[in-house]
Design a protein around this ligand. Structure first.
Ligand SMILES: C[S@@+](CC[C@H](N)C(=O)[O-])C[C@H]1O[C@@H](n2cnc3c(N)ncnc32)[C@H](O)[C@@H]1O
Length: 211
């Protein structure tokens, strides 16, 4: 779930022994293309619910709430089982999720958004917009994101991608973690390291494999 390496790339560049997994071959290719150091990272194309890479790690992390893209809770449990199978006992698993109540409120208040980003050479602009439906009671969110490349008034290209993620509740993720052998060591509410509270934007969960 390393995507194109927003977190992984700086670690690779700093010389850490890094392995990334994602089921998108295209994103892994973009990650590889960005690596400028001599040490190429091990990037594995595979599904987080059923990967086997034949070694154990002393830290595994999932950034940018990517576990929310695994919509079904049984599938999330499967991801955590696989992570436990690849961690040394006592090692850390750190991941971020959106705080569901805060995020649902923000979606209801602003279900759509738009940004226009100029190309570095100034010749074109990327227009990005999204529309989200009101979250279902179980925390599932669907919507659409749209991209258009503009040259003045002319649209040169247009893409549309579906959005589908799941805002899992705090109790549910705590249960899945306990069932799969993890103990929560720290629960942060934001990237400044502040403790979690009901209005925090995130749930950043730092846990240890207790088995
Ligand atoms: C929000 S993106 C985050 C990407 C990444 N953390 C980064 O630095 O850009 C979510 C990523 O999770 C990947 N993903 C979603 N479900 C997956 C699964 N079951 N197995 C592997 N990768 C998955 C997607 O392909 C995507 O790259």
């Amino acid at each position: 779930m390393c995507g194109s390496g927003r977190i992984g790339l700086p670690l690779v560049e700093a010389g850490h022994d890094y392995t990334g997994l994602d089921y998108s071959a295209k994103l892994l290719e973009r990650f590889r293309a960005k690596v400028s150091t001599a040490h190429s990272p091990m990037l594995i194309e595979g599904d987080a619910r059923r990967f086997q890479c034949g070694k154990r790690f002393d830290l595994i992390f999932i950034g940018f709430h990517s576990l929310s893209e695994v919509v079904d809770n049984q599938d999330k449990r499967q991801v955590l089982i696989q992570i436990a199978n690849h961690l040394e006992t006592g090692s850390a698993f750190i991941f971020s999720l959106q705080n569901p109540d805060t995020r649902m409120r923000s979606i209801r208040e602003s279900p759509s958004g738009k940004r226009v980003i100029p190309f570095p050479d100034g010749t074109k602009e990327l227009e990005f917009s999204y529309v989200l439906e009101s979250p279902k009671n179980n925390g599932e969110v669907v919507g659409v994101q749209r991209y258009a490349i503009l040259a003045g008034d002319r649209v040169i290209d247009r893409r549309e991608l579906p959005i589908h993620f799941h805002l899992i509740g705090k109790k549910d993720i705590e249960t899945i973690l306990a069932d799969t052998g993890f103990r929560i060591e720290n629960l942060f509410g934001d990237y400044d390291g502040s403790d979690w509270h009901t209005d925090s934007p995130f749930m950043i969960i730092d846990c240890r494999l207790d088995l």
